[in-house]
Design a protein. Structure first.
Length: 338
């Protein structure tokens, strides 16, 4: 156990929890160990965060934002591609403030887009405050970058956003979404939504609910605010009772589920390119995979199709999965299309 403690963190007391350590000064010096590459892989491009949102522990736990050298990112993705990886997701607490000398996040996207055998590129999470038209235009110009944007909103109330320290207003956020939908036709936009942040009154929650309905997100991760020791939000007045948070979350889910269902229904009758990931866990006779817009699709086909791109016509949809029929033999390129 002493070895494990030394490697992974610090144990507080003989029966205490294991606290994982992450040095605020840690940098990238070595490539990951060689091994079998997965079909879909995650590649970190930065560590830490400079945003200091009132509810978040990342800046204190992981330190300020540090970007990984672009050459290392390219080398890692190239090695993954050689091993059979077809989809990479670029990771960072705020990926769109990446900077390595003169290279910014757009240069990362363009460089990875040029690596042979990588069929799809995703990234998460960008900060709405730092999301620029240049990034959106780069996404549109890079054929392997998927038409999916996860853009955490957190709240649709301007006073709550200000208290959170998010650095943007609902008007700012609306502008990014409008620009994304104009530059990337058919883009799927998902988000993070929080209820019950300190100071969220009934009126502020209602405003947030209206804004979420207006945005018509394709999907959302919804959750109740939970205070984290040491964060600014944990010391704010106006803490919201748990029962109020629960009631608000139920209402938010009803609004978002309607938007998700409407988005899914629009898929019926369309053809979509699906990267086949494996067997459907609930029905092993079917295959499952994801579209470029990150929708999960299940369809009939032989095991030999795992790891390939297949064109599937969507015939029906549930809230979390679509069902279709393969309409072309062999691999398919491009995005979702009518």
């Amino acid at each position: 156990m002493a070895i494990l403690d030394a490697q992974l963190g610090v144990r507080r007391g003989p029966n205490g929890p294991l606290v994982l350590a992450d040095s605020p000064t840690a940098t990238y010096h070595e490539m990951p160990a060689a091994g079998e590459a997965p079909l879909r892989a995650f590649v970190s491009i930065s560590r830490g965060c400079d945003s200091h949102c009132a509810y978040c522990v990342v800046p204190s736990a992981r330190g300020p934002h540090r970007s990984r050298p672009l050459r290392q990112i390219i080398d890692e993705v190239a090695a993954l591609a050689t091993g059979g990886t077809q989809e990479v997701t670029l990771l960072g607490q705020n990926v769109n403030i990446y900077r390595d000398g003169a290279a910014g996040f757009c240069e990362v996207l363009r460089a990875v887009n040029e690596i042979p055998s990588i069929a799809r590129i995703r990234f998460t999470s960008p900060h709405p405050r730092d999301m620029t038209g240049e990034v959106l235009r780069t996404m549109a110009a890079c054929e392997r970058v998927c038409e999916h944007l996860h853009l955490p909103l957190q709240s649709g109330s301007d006073p709550v956003l200000e208290a959170m320290g998010r650095g943007y207003t609902t008007s700012d956020y609306r502008g990014v979404v409008d620009e994304a939908r104009r530059i990337l036709p058919g883009v799927a936009i998902s988000t993070d939504l929080m209820v019950g942040f300190p100071g969220e009154t009934d009126d502020r929650f209602e405003a947030s609910l209206r804004f979420v309905e207006e945005m018509a997100f394709d999907a959302a991760f919804t959750f109740k605010y939970s205070p984290r020791p040491g964060t600014a939000a944990s010391r704010l007045p106006g803490q919201v009772p748990e029962e109020v948070k629960g009631a608000r979350l139920e209402r938010l889910l009803r609004v978002q589920n309607r938007a998700t269902d409407a988005s899914n229904r629009r898929l019926v009758g369309q053809r979509a390119d699906v990267l086949v990931e494996g067997l459907d866990r609930r029905k092993p006779s079917l295959l499952t995979g994801r579209t470029r817009t990150n929708r999960l699709v299940s369809f009939e086909g032989p095991d030999s199709l795992v790891g390939t791109l297949q064109t599937v016509r969507i015939e029906s949809v549930g809230r979390w999965i679509a069902f279709g029929r393969r309409v072309e033999e062999g691999a398919a390129g491009g995005g979702e299309r009518p």
